[in-house]
Ligand binder design. Structure first.
Ligand SMILES: *Cc1c(COP(=O)(O)O)cnc(C)c1O
Length: 237
């Protein structure tokens, strides 16, 4: 069971905090999009978020995204799906047609598979390039020094639209560290903009989760990916 009124209230509270952070940063509310991360909850709870006005939902596992997207497709609720976690190549064909933005473009190999999947399904695939901003070898993403030389190869993939960069802060709960890493992603983006082929657009910065989305907005996030803050007190254990 879950409490739909609490979910609506949580969504409002997160949206208000986004607007406050946007104002502090001297930016415009339309500059920042909320992706509600539904990986912890079932499709009924996700539906309560959509009913409360949230149109962008994110999943970190491709199979979960497939299952929820299929259930929503038959419900006529309009949802833009975001894949925010690692994609395996053998799952690209099924994921690309269901997804409006893949945040986890984390290697040339997966981008090639996404490009082929887009071609096969006669569509274009929107992707973000995931950067391993902390340099932690256990994390996915392009290393800082890998991304610039990769851009010309990425630009030559005809069915991919690069829209920006994505990263995760290295440690939860350390806001100073998160701020440093988010600023680093923004600076990398600003630098790559001067170096990137014209076809590669880097407007979007997907960074910030429940614990650090306000800091991310102050550092330039255009997309925040928020999960647990939306479900606090709303789900029975
Ligand atoms: C789970 C997840 C989130 C949301 O995390 P919360 O702390 O629950 O808001 C954001 N981004 C990615 C990549 C995730 O896997």
């Amino acid at each position: 069971m879950f409490n739909a009124a609490r979910i609506t209230a949580n969504l409002k509270s997160v949206q208000d905090r986004i607007v406050a952070a946007v104002r502090r940063a001297g930016r415009k509310p339309d500059d920042v999009k909320l992706v509600a991360v539904t990986k912890y909850v079932d499709v009924a709870v996700a539906g309560a978020l959509v009913a409360a006005g949230c149109r962008d939902l994110g999943e970190s596992r491709p199979q979960e995204l497939w299952e929820k997207a299929e259930l929503f497709a038959s419900s006529d609720m309009p949802v833009n799906w975001h894949l925010i976690g690692h994609l395996q190549r053998n799952k690209a064909a099924k994921t690309v047609p269901l997804t409006s933005l893949i945040h986890s473009g984390d290697s040339l190999r997966i981008l090639q598979a996404i490009d082929e999947a887009a071609k096969t399904s006669s569509r274009r695939a929107g992707v973000l390039l995931e950067i391993n901003i902390s340099g932690d070898a256990t994390k996915h993403g392009f290393a800082l020094e890998e991304i610039e030389p990769a851009l010309s190869k990425i630009a030559s993939m005809p069915n991919i639209d690069v829209r920006g960069l994505m990263a995760m802060a290295s440690r939860e709960g350390d806001l100073d560290q998160a701020r440093t890493e988010f600023a680093k992603l923004r600076e990398l983006r600003d630098y790559l903009r001067t170096a990137a082929p014209a076809k590669v657009h880097l407007d979007e910065l997907s960074m910030g989760m429940s614990g650090d989305f306000e800091v991310a907005i102050e550092e330039g996030a255009t997309i925040v990916r928020v999960g647990s803050a939306l479900f606090e007190g709303a789900i029975d254990a």
